[in-house]
Design a protein around this ligand. Structure first.
Ligand SMILES: [Zn+2]
Length: 321
């Protein structure tokens, strides 16, 4: 039996919870579910199970048959768990299937310590088609971030390591998200941050802790935890589908639960139009408004298209200061 970092829950039971709901995923072909369990900031155990899903507003106002810009409109099960968790640092994630590189980066940002994959998921379609992405990117991201990855056989009650980290491994974390006490209103804070991070793409947002105290979070666009900022532009896979870079809004969304915080809707700023994936993640996190520094700038055209779609459908609104 593998030791879990904080939680005392039964790993077979936690995996079973994911398996039990996977059939309810609204995805027609790739049905995936995950359970995230850990301790909240009061030390109380929680366990959250989610399938991959289309945020309700996207499903009803745009449709599940359309992409949002150059991103799918779905939130993956692993990311859905993170977005709803009270506190993710040191938690354990149980997934019915191997995870994609985007979720790997999110899991690392959220500070999750252990990942368990159902052994049946390792012989399914996705892994056959995406073996490279899983081995070359997802697992490498976990290795650098210091996350343990296990294969779990429920019936045999057997857990085996796919990737196990030395207990004293400390990942390179050269650009952590800043979290500060605030003084002044949000526009004034944005102006201050724009000066401080001049020339960088970043996002900042107000976030509340469990006692209702408001803090300011600031994140630059950066390589995944464990990677250096050197040559961040060349950190894409051969197909250009995935990259080792984490966009600033996504970093805020994952670092809020990492720190037991919740982002405040209407108080999210980004220096440029967020990528389509960042925007879909925002919708998945229940956010409906953002403030953009330069409306004419985006990483790619997908960001502009996504914003137009989401604004027209009144799902997400963007304002300048
Ligand atoms: Zn994923």
């Amino acid at each position: 039996m593998v030791m879990q970092s904080f939680s005392s829950s039964d790993p077979y039971l936690e995996m079973q919870k994911a398996v039990d709901i996977v059939g309810s995923s609204d995805h027609p072909t790739n049905k995936i579910a995950a359970t995230l369990c850990g301790l909240d900031k009061d030390g109380k155990e929680y366990s959250i199970s989610r399938t991959n899903f289309w945020p309700q507003l996207i499903a009803s106002h745009v449709g599940t048959d359309k992409d949002i810009g150059n991103s799918s409109g779905t939130i993956h099960a692993e990311t859905a768990c993170i977005l709803t968790a009270p506190y993710t640092f040191g938690s354990s994630l149980f997934i019915t299937d191997p995870f994609c590189p985007n979720c790997a980066k999110n899991i690392a940002e959220a500070g999750i310590a252990n990942i368990y994959i159902d052994h049946k998921g390792l012989s399914k379609d996705w892994i056959a088609r995406n073996e490279d992405a899983f081995r070359q990117m997802s697992l490498r991201i976990c290795e650098r971030a210091g996350i343990n990855v296990y294969k779990i056989k429920r019936k045999e009650r057997k857990i085996s390591a796919i990737l196990e980290q030395p207990a004293d491994y400390k990942p390179l974390h050269e650009n952590p998200v800043e979290i500060e006490e605030i003084a002044g209103d949000f526009p004034a804070l944005i102006a201050e941050k724009c000066k401080q991070h001049e020339g960088h793409e970043f996002a900042c947002a107000l976030a509340e802790d469990k006692d209702g105290k408001t803090l300011l979070m600031t994140a630059r666009r950066h390589a995944a935890i464990g990677y250096s900022r050197e040559k961040p532009e060349s950190m894409e896979d051969k197909q250009g589908k995935y990259s080792f870079i984490v966009q600033p809004i996504t970093r805020l969304l994952m670092n809020a639960p990492r720190n037991g915080l919740k982002l405040v809707d209407g108080s999210v700023f980004c220096t440029r139009v967020p990528t389509a994936r960042e925007q879909v993640n925002m919708v998945g996190a229940g956010l409906s408004q953002m403030i953009i520094g330069d409306m004419d700038k985006a990483r790619d055209d997908g960001g502009f298209t996504a914003l137009e779609q989401l604004q027209n459908a009144r799902i997400l609104t963007a304002n300048t200061l």
